[in-house]
Design a protein around this ligand. Structure first.
Ligand code: F0G
Length: 423
């Protein structure tokens, strides 16, 4: 984690380049469109000649720009500003009653559902769409369990670029399709699961038909790493220390990879000590848990699950494509991974709602996972923990409605209603 930064290769553009995480090959960042290594097909990562410290963020930065949100962290990003609505600067909610029940020193909920399109994907898209402009591509595309498509449609629309989204038929929550539709994406419903959609859109991107904005695109993860920066700054402001652990839902493992990369960069710049890096703890649904399987069995690779099922449709994923970046993140921070049942997810969703925090099912997996790890004695009671909630309640109205109480029919009459509520 504290390895010295790489030497700047000749292909770097203004101190930014791409490097393969497998073979180390480097590439110019904005000359050609590429998503993986030309030589070994390994995942690519964005690298920088200069890595910022906390003092470089916001108004402390040498360049003018926003003091809040994703672009506050422009010194850690490939551009100073992108297509913005704006995104980031999400709340770190206190949840004292849940904190008591879970039994940890501190528990905070980082509610990424408060982003413009209602999920953390906006952080990735503000950067990814800016890069698409730089590369001068035509159409933007993604495969999605819903939120990526909503964010792509939103940011692509704002940039005036055509967007194409591939969704697994019948497995995407209503609010997300509504967003993609209204923001003007062309929506293709595939008779297959998310992993099939991703295979296809990668093929379309390889043929040059579209620019891929799934989290395989390394620039998207640059935007998402700002979640980690915000958590560190917010916790430090409130507690005078960084959190011991971050618990997050895992689908493609993009966030896990992104947050880990951000922390590594802070360690390399000297802003953060290795032992201050929070333990990255991933949570999956039992019916879609290849990453948990790999962590539990100590494997350094993931075996794709062909059949996946969970009520948390956002993380109904059997082939987490970012696993080669995310598994070292879990391992090197001393984190872990755990699977939770759909009923545990729904219970956690309802529990968060009692504190006024409205999230979609996949988001509640983080709290469900933390509760399970506490029961199993794998998280200590003296920890300061942040649970990431990734998407807003209104994304999946059907799930929210099922997790909550039923409306009662009443007559159009005050006396009758008074009697009914007095019972
Ligand atoms: N939570 C929500 C609400 C999501 O939408 C996703 C991923 C995740 C968690 C998992 O995040 O992939 O970074 O591990 N949704 C993608 C989509 C796959 O298409 O919207 P990850």
């Amino acid at each position: 984690m504290d390895a010295a930064p790489d030497a700047v290769p000749a292909c770097a553009d203004d101190g930014t380049w791409l490097a393969c995480i497998e073979c180390g090959e480097t590439f110019a960042p904005f000359e050609d469109v590429r998503y993986t290594c030309d030589h070994c097909d390994g995942l690519l990562e964005v690298r920088y000649a200069e890595l910022p410290t906390f003092d470089d963020f916001g108004t402390g930065a040498s360049t003018d720009g926003p003091d809040r949100g994703v672009w506050r962290y422009r010194e850690a990003l490939p551009f100073d500003l992108g297509v913005t609505l704006p995104e980031g600067d999400t709340p770190l909610h206190r949840v004292p009653r849940i904190e008591d029940i879970v039994g940890v020193d501190g528990l905070r909920i980082k509610h990424e559902g408060m982003n413009p399109s209602g999920s953390f994907k906006d952080r990735g898209m503000t950067v990814g769409v800016r890069v698409a402009q730089e590369l001068d591509v035509g159409a933007l595309a993604c495969a999605s369990t819903g939120n990526t498509s909503a964010a792509l449609a939103t940011y692509g629309g704002r940039a005036g670029m055509p967007t194409l989204v591939l969704l697994p038929q019948g497995k995407v929550a209503a609010g997300k399709i509504a967003q993609a539709s209204l923001h003007g994406a062309r929506i293709l419903e595939v008779d297959g699961n998310f992993d099939d959609c991703l295979d296809i859109v990668q093929e379309l991107a390889a043929r040059g038909a579209v620019y891929l904005l799934n989290s395989l695109n390394p620039f998207r993860l640059e935007g998402q790493k700002t979640i980690g920066f915000e958590i560190l700054e917010q916790c430090y402001a409130d507690y005078g220390r960084f959190p011991d652990r971050i618990v997050l839902p895992v689908g493609n493992a993009g966030n896990t990879s992104a947050i880990y990369k951000g922390f590594r960069e802070l360690v390399q710049s000297g802003a953060l000590d290795v032992d201050e890096v929070p333990k990255l703890t991933g949570v999956q649904a039992e019916g879609a848990a290849p990453m948990v399987e790999a962590v539990t069995e100590g494997n350094d690779e993931i075996s794709r699950w062909e059949h996946v099922e969970t009520r948390a449709t956002a993380i109904r994923i059997g082939n987490p494509v970012n696993a080669p970046k995310a598994l070292p993140g879990v391992h090197n921070t001393g984190g872990t991974a755990v699977a939770v049942s759909d009923n545990e997810i729904t219970a956690a969703q309802a529990h968060l709602a009692t504190e006024g925090v409205g999230v979609e099912p996949a988001s509640a997996a983080s709290l469900a996972g933390l509760k399970k790890l506490r029961r199993q004695g794998r998280v200590d009671d003296d920890e300061l923990v942040v649970c990431l909630t990734t998407g807003h309640l209104l994304k999946d109205p059907e799930a929210a409605y099922k997790a909550g109480g039923d409306p009662e029919p009443v007559p159009n009459d005050a006396d009758a209603i008074h009697e009914q509520i007095s019972e």
